[in-house]
Ligand binder design. Sequence first.
Ligand SMILES: [Zn+2]
Length: 257
Amino acid sequence: MIIFLLVLLVCIGGWKTKNLSFSGALSALIMGCIIGYFYHWKGLLLLGAFFLSSSIWSKLFTGSKAEIEGRLAKSSVRDWQQVWANGGPAAVFIILYHFTGSEWCLYSFAAAIAAANSDTWASEIGPLSRKSPLSIRSFKRVEKGTSGAVSLLGTVAALAGSVFISLMFFILQDSFHWSLFILISVAGFLGNVFDTVAGAYWQEEFTCPVCNSSTEAAMHCGVPAVKSKGYSWMNNESVNFTSSFLAGAGILLFIPG
Ligand SMILES: [Zn+2]
């Protein structure tokens, strides 16, 4: 009951501070209940570490990121699709943990959140890099905020974001295993690498006929943008969901025996 009230309070807080839209807050509430029910406060604190650190990064340095907001399909106010894209796989693994009782599903849960955190830190901190990022498809410098482009700062942020969650997981576990710590950190980081590759090759992108900039939004400058690449079902959310899910699923390959 206390857990539920706490989750409710955090969701209302996220909505009031415009980190979450109404649908996003409702989704976060449902997800919080799932994770709180199956893994209690340990799961919620890990999820909280992800949401809180991401919100802090997105609120900081907003001025230098104003230019990239127009490129993205969505604003920093997270809606239900973004909430489920980032937390859905973690919820799946925690339900799996409940039914199998296997510790490895817990590690998958941690890796799924580590991947989501890795991606969020990279996309919130990376654009602060002074140089424009390098597209991994064309090896050319492209505008900041382009999916499938990397910078040194963004890559360091991605690694730090994954390590942070992995570390938090073991702090909450009250135990520490170097090999598992490295495994979860690497899985989370590789999830972000998948995110970048998918963003570069398969994610849908448009060109605005008015301002000629490339964007992930189907509408730009008040007119429909022209599709330039990618699959229509491959948007930022489905790519995020897949990379987080793969990071968690990848852990299960390491189950001994
Ligand atoms: Zn435009």
